[in-house]
Design a protein around this ligand. Structure first.
Ligand code: ZN
Length: 257
């Protein structure tokens, strides 16, 4: 069941803090090639988390989402708004700290932008250090929950489903077709991998390195957006919302560590 944090009066928090799960989406604002808007990660992440909160059996108190993330990889193109990594960590830490200070015991941070991973992971460590035994905090990235559906539905080989590729373009065609520009979708090869690193949402990553996202083409996407369809987007969305709902229920029912 979904409850919006900002719609509650101060007295209504009393009934929720013991059993509810607080949830918040972190996304980003950055170029997504020529055919998708810079707010893509937020449009997708917020829809997935809102639908997941609706479907969850536990009460999920949704905090307003954070639309800015860590995106220096996209500075070659207009439209980015990037936070310093330390600021993002502190922002996440403060939101989680406020949930704990308000008496909540469970919290989920859902990430919908790959570049945020390290900063949000740092926040989880720092919150854990400070609120151990008080707040059960879990960070997850929504596409990690639907690896099976992704493998089943995608037509692109490894390297086709990354930033602005088959997966995200399909989701936007389903969720916000008004913001997709089909005439500007380019036909591209999959991003090349090396033996230790596959440039794909489902790829293996045995090492970490920094690169800007015009490395594969000047347009700034990574993967094969020409394989996207709204039908695939609907399946990805349903699977992601359901998987996230089940995860929120798992967190809600889990004994605190
Ligand atoms: Zn994206």
């Amino acid at each position: 069941m979904i409850v919006h944090w900002t719609e509650l009066t101060k007295n209504q928090f009393d009934d929720l803090r013991e059993s509810a799960v607080v949830a918040v989406n972190f996304s980003s604002t950055e170029q997504h090639s020529n055919h998708l808007p810079v707010g893509t990660d937020g449009y997708i992440g917020e829809e997935v988390l809102t639908e997941a909160a609706r479907r969850a059996k536990h009460t999920v108190v949704l905090m307003p989402p954070v639309r800015y993330g860590y995106s220096p990889h996209h500075k070659f193109a207009p439209g980015y708004v990037t936070l310093r990594q330390r600021v993002l960590t502190d922002l996440c830490k403060d939101l989680c700290g406020c949930a704990a200070a308000n008496g909540f015991r469970k919290m989920a941070v859902m990430n919908s932008h790959g570049g945020n991973t390290a900063a949000l992971h740092s926040a989880v460590n720092e919150v854990g250090e400070e609120y151990e035994g008080k707040l059960d905090l879990a960070l997850f990235t929504y596409w990690d929950l639907i690896g099976d559906a992704l493998a089943r539905v995608r037509e692109s080989p490894m390297g086709g489903t990354s930033h602005g590729g088959e997966f995200e373009t399909s989701l936007m065609m389903h969720l916000r077709p008004d913001l997709v520009v089909p005439s500007l979708i380019e036909e591209c090869d999959p991003a090349p991998s090396d033996p230790y690193n596959e440039i794909d949402l489902a790829g293996k990553k045995k090492y970490i390195s920094f690169y800007t996202f015009n490395r594969f083409n000047a347009s700034g996407h990574v993967g094969q957006p020409h394989l996207a369809t709204p039908e695939k987007g609907k399946i990805f969305f349903e699977e992601a919302a359901q998987a996230a709902a089940e995860f929120l229920d798992f967190l809600g029912g889990k004994q605190p560590a």
